[in-house]
Design a protein around this ligand. Structure first.
Ligand code: TXA
Ligand code: MG
Length: 372
């Protein structure tokens, strides 16, 4: 295992100290690992041209070798260093949404280390909207391969503390630029597919993409719900973005349905489970008289805030060692689709409808089985 003394530098996210950036750039040139904030989540960076450096990312994250990594750029013209046969749509989208939470999958250029792409002939690229990685890429002169800086299966890190929790002793430098302003990963768009296909919901609203790509397709792991909304299809996803405790996801159209969730929480607590509830400010009053760990997501009307808090609250409930986490899903519109996707994966595709009577005993026996 790649082991080093981890150093942390606190930087002004608007105006990072160039001397620190130079040190971090030197580590990249020496095949080291540098974690940095982006507008989405913290990334674990390595020189995208070095298979040795990229191999270390997989090793320390315990990431399966078949899961490819996103390459970070500081300038649109850098696309040509990492990709080939670049369609004009790529430049159009980059002009419109870079720097920002949009990752484009393109044909891979020969210089990019093969393990970046997990052996595929494509490469995913984006230009983050954050001064720290932009300065790091520019100063090093290297495209920087970086997945989220968490251990595989753990929630993505949205603060330097989360990175330290997962990777202390296995990353050379952590650049601490405070909390990530979006808190959810980038939207991934495959431009090698025809029509262009969204592979992952993320920080960029799909409606913005639809304005430019009328036939935009959503990857098959998302299916249409009755309301015609895309939703992740169960059975096609690995456990991902997960807290350690099982997370149970609930949908509810009516407020009355929430009393069912309250009764379930109460029944679970009565059986000796330490129960965590991730809830909006508006729903919180339903749970206030119970003995639970409440994780406040903010107002239901403020989806960006829910996005910013989501992963941090999963980690907080884990650190409180809850046995189970209950969450009511947000409305599936705009950023709500991305929040839904992350919760759905954390719940491993199990969703309970609170508008119907709940089989509390069934749910309890599910959890008891898990504990055994
Ligand atoms: O916001 C983000 O995208 C963050 C920050 C650090 O930039 N990065 C991130 O990386 O979320 P990661 O490794 O956690 O997710 C990368 C995902 C892979 O799991 C895969 O689904 C997709 O990007 N990906 C990468 N390269 C690809 C390729 N060549 N073809 C298809 N999908 C690819
Ligand atoms: Mg990740």
């Amino acid at each position: 295992m790649y082991s080093v003394q981890t150093r942390i530098f606190t930087l002004d996210p608007q105006n990072p100290d160039p001397a620190v950036i130079v040190q971090a750039a030197e580590r990249l040139h020496a095949d080291g690992l540098v974690a940095f904030p982006t507008e989405t989540v913290y990334g674990l960076g390595a020189n995208a041209f070095s298979a040795v450096a990229v191999g270390r990312i997989f090793e320390v994250k315990k990431r399966p070798f078949y899961d490819p990594v996103i390459v970070h750029l500081s300038d649109i013209s850098q696309i040509e260093q990492v990709a080939r046969d670049i369609p004009s749509l790529a430049y159009e989208l980059a002009q419109a949404y870079w720097p920002g939470p949009l990752t484009l999958v393109l044909k891979k250029g020969p210089q990019v280390a093969p393990n970046v792409s997990a052996g595929l002939d494509t490469v995913a690229v984006r230009m983050p909207n954050h001064r720290i990685p932009l300065a790091l890429v520019e100063t090093s002169g290297l495209p920087v391969a970086a997945p989220s800086a968490n251990l595989f299966t753990r929630p993505s890190p949205t603060s330097a503390r989360h990175v330290l929790e997962d990777l202390n002793g296995h990353v050379d430098i952590i650049l601490d630029g405070g909390d990530c302003p979006i808190g959810l990963e980038s939207t991934i768009l495959d431009l090698t597919a025809s029509p262009p296909t969204v592979l992952r919901h993320g920080g960029l609203d799909l409606d913005l993409l639809r304005e430019r790509i009328p036939h935009l397709q959503i990857a098959r792991r998302y299916v249409q719900t009755d309301e015609g909304l895309p939703m992740s299809a169960p059975g096609m996803l690995a456990k991902h973005y997960s807290p350690k405790a099982p997370l149970l996801l609930f949908t509810a159209q009516t407020d009355a349905a929430l009393t069912r969730l309250r009764d379930l929480a109460s029944a679970l607590a009565g059986r000796g489970f330490k129960v965590g509830v991730m809830t909006t400010m508006e729903d919180a009053r339903h749970f206030s008289d119970l003995n639970l760990e409440i994780a406040d997501l903010g107002s239901a009307a403020d989806l960006p805030q829910i996005g910013r808090r989501l992963f941090a609250q999963m980690r907080r409930l884990d650190s409180l060692r809850v046995d189970v986490i209950l969450v009511r899903a947000p409305a599936q519109e705009g950023l709500g689709l991305t929040i839904w996707d992350r919760l759905f994966r954390a719940a491993e595709g199990k969703v309970f409808d609170l508008d119907k009577p709940l089989e509390a005993e069934e749910i309890i026996s599910l959890l008891v089985k898990k504990e055994e």
